[in-house]
Design a protein. Sequence first.
Lengths: 327, 372, 189
Amino acid sequence: MNELIRLLAYMLGIAAFLGLNLAYLGWVERKGAGHFQRRTGPKEVGPYGLLQPLADGLKLMSKQLVVPTNADRPLYMCAPILIMVPSVLLFVAIPFGEHLVPREFNFGLIMMFAFASMAGLSILIGGWGSGNKYSLIAGTRAVSQNVAYEIPMLITAINIVLITGSLDLNEIVRQQGSYIWNWNVFRLDKSILMPVSFLVFFICSLAETNRTPFDLGECEGELVAGYHTEYGGMGFGLFMMAEYANLVIGCSLTTVLFLGGWQCPFGLFPGPHWFLLKMYFLIWCFVWIRWTYPRTTFWGLLNLSWKYLIPFSLVNLLLTALFIKVF
Amino acid sequence: MSSLAQSQLRETFELNIGPQHPATHGVLRIKVVMDGEYIVRAEPILGYIHRMHEKMGENRTWNQFWPNMGRLDYLSAIAYNHCYACLVERAMGIEVPERAEYIRVITAELNRIQSHLLGFGAYIMDLGGFTPLMYAMDEREQILDLLESVTGSRLTYCYFRFGGVYNDIDDDFITGTRAFIKRFRPQIPMYHKLVTGNVILMDRLNGVGPISADLCRKYGATGPVLRGSGVNFDVRRNEPYGVYPELDFDIPVYHECDSMARYMVRMDEMVQSCRIIENALNKLPEGPVMAEKVPKALKPPKGDFHFAVEAARGTFSMRTVSDGTNTSYRMRLRSPTYSNVSLFEEASRGMLLSDALAFLGSLDPVIPEMDR
Amino acid sequence: MSGYFKEIITGLKSLAIGLQITNKEFFTKPITLQYPHESVKMTPRYRGHIELVKDPQTGTHRCIACGMCEKGCPTGCITVQAEKREGVKGKVLTAYILNFTTCSLCGQCVENCKPEAINFSNEYNLASTRREDYIFNLLQKLHPEGVPEPEIDPELLKKEREKKEAAKKEPAKKAAAKEGGESKAEEKS
């Protein structure tokens, strides 16, 4: 019975946390974009435009759902749901604090990767089901992009697994001590390439979440709006929300694997606040990057993956294995 | 070119880029036959906002044709004003006061900077970077304010008159222009740091969309497109008009023939335009801005007249045949984008879709001018 | 191989420079002008729609209804309506209609106007969903409370009346002359 109440409480908590994030990350992004561009961003709806997400949501929800004639109706309808479900599901395994984990799995990391790769599939379904050539091109692009970037991401994650000897996310955080030099980014005693490894992982999570400069699935200059060209109203809203949910997941995972999760950088009061601080900092970096760089091309993206990220992560894997064996 | 694009037997599909598409900057439609992500054939289809400006020129009196000049290339309208004014002045043999000539050059060059700024911003936006557009808009707004204070309008200028300009510039405009140039000069290195030096952008532009000088000649491409292909041709130098021969400036030429070269020509032209404006402001003489004795009802003598200017996108020229009445017998406008975009079909064969759109953006098309 | 690493390092450097620039911009003040709350000061030369100029001496417009603006307009968006009134020199303007939907703000009308009766207004806050809202009667705009009647010159009135009376008598004479002429023609045939 206690367990049931605990689960219910977590469910509500996750829903609230997710809802707040999905609504307000959009606001953060628009506000950030505004200030990066010498503008102010939203400011009319509510103080500092804080009610803007509400207005946007109401507008999206009040719109008519139109299914294009050429669309494959069942696929078209289920794609936005399919992209949303795994993103929400993944919050189950994230350790927000030492004792603040919805469910402690001993294979959390694997679950993360397994569900995260569903996003690519649902983008393809959406692109295919729309019956639009632009969407189709975008869908195929997104899939090959996800495939190309999951490889270095996984190899980098294996590093961490080698170092900690565990797939449990909370255990990974626990093993990174309570000082900054004990975090996996700076664990030069395990492999001197750890900072590079962090960078590789960071770039991969950018690509995995389809954010600029890797937003080839959307690519408004070429493919109109990419895989969600034909979606309107809440269908589009779900795609947008899933993007932010994936953003939160990606940044959480980076925080957990490399930045010591809920650990404090100088050994004081570890807890969820540190986790959130680090996660939001990473999200802010994502926003910052989005409003600075132009988009890469498709071949540029694959080049980056196969010429730089994969070799680096492989070398790092070898080095880590060597260090662990020798020392 | 990939082997994929060369084989005609493989399955292809058609893609309509435009007439409503974010990359086409208006209502240009490109019918593309694609093989996967490769372009087999791209055919630009024009005419979505054709307004028959040439025919209008034959129906209206010479004075009544003025507002049309602001509505061809809405981004560098003053250059078009310049061409029309000079054309009729050449036909009528009207002498323009020197001060008016200087004012014409100053406003035209301000307009050129403004046009290139927007071209730069919109181009980077095509490539996915939104922020530089806003910075460029900020600078552009300053120019529009300056031009508004003297011409009265912000975009579709109708400022020049036969024999001079509509009204004189004042001291506010002169100090404002000097202040703007002082403020704008350091911005260009900032753009280069933020955009040109960016490794992602360099990857996208270097070697993309090569156009040889021969191809440019074949299609009559001019302006930054031609100068990016290593041909040093600029009407301001080769066939000087106004007071350009008295001013000090360079023509930027790049020999790489790719999108980056065309982009760089535009960026360097902004610096040169700053130079021209400063130079012209220093030499600005006193005097009237309208020629005396310009008849209200113009009737140019019989004959065939032609005039060309360097607009922001290339050579704009007008040819008119006058039969001695108050309207022209034939009017022909040669607009630069029309020729520049014509070479898209040949040059884009076998390109990747994203490269082709980067290439199209580097031609900097303005659709109303192309359709006329 | 060294080229490979050099490429990475220069690439990363260029990316870092970009981030630096946007970061700097983030902390500068936004330049946005919050339009409905504040607005730009219009320059005196701004070309809004045309308007009739109020002459400070007479307190009304200077239009003589010559129709030069109408003639010079490329799009034919101006209609000048005037009538002849007794005792008033020249024509009296009854309506000056500007169809702003087709006006291209070229300024030909302002230039053509000899008595400088029209000029550009500074109005730019024009928005409506109805086309009819853009067909302005400039005379009404100048005198929203009612157009003042033109002053009647008594001497001119007198002269005109005399002329009219003379004209009234004239047709009778003419008719008589005509009748005579016709009868002559009949005789000839």
